[in-house]
Design a protein around this ligand. Structure first.
Ligand SMILES: [Fe+2]
Ligand SMILES: [Fe+2]
Length: 148
């Protein structure tokens, strides 16, 4: 496995782990049952994504990156406040920002894997891109219906 691919896989693992942490914090602090469930579902999906990348990294005998420090703090630093205190609207908005970053990265990686003919990984990447797109639609819809 070439170094560029390993680098990408590690980058995606980190990106996905960050999303897991952010959505997990949301579902843990949420009181609204439906909202909580939505974030739980997203955590499940993102965890699946992270596990997929961790698994290939591991199989290639490379080290799975340890996400150091509090990812939550990192997530909080993006919005300038602690994650728990930003409210549903801002949470969804920040979630959309994260998803946008992820989608951009996925599209780029999909293109790269087309050039390199990584057929199996490309198929998975497209599947995950769709997951991120669905998340974005949900978050955006929820955000628009809950202006505060
Ligand atoms: Fe993801
Ligand atoms: Fe997502």
């Amino acid at each position: 496995m070439d170094n560029k691919l390993i680098f990408r896989l590690k980058q995606f693992y980190t990106l996905e782990t960050f999303q897991v942490a952010f959505y997990n914090a949301q579902s843990n602090s949420a009181t609204d049952e439906y909202y909580k469930k939505a974030f739980e579902k997203m955590v499940e999906i993102e965890q699946g994504h992270a596990d997929y990348f961790a698994n290939i990294i591991d199989k290639a005998n490379e080290e799975v990156p340890s996400v150091i420090g509090s990812v939550l703090q990192l997530a909080g630093s993006f919005v300038g406040e602690t994650v728990e205190s930003i409210g549903q609207h801002s949470t969804c908005k920040f979630g959309v920002t994260l998803e946008n970053e992820a989608m951009k990265a996925y599209r780029k990686f999909i293109q790269e894997s087309k050039e390199q003919e990584y057929r199996i990984i490309r198929d998975i990447l497209m599947e995950y891109l769709l997951d991120e797109e669905f998340h974005t639609y949900w978050l955006r819809e929820y955000m628009n219906n809950h202006p505060n």
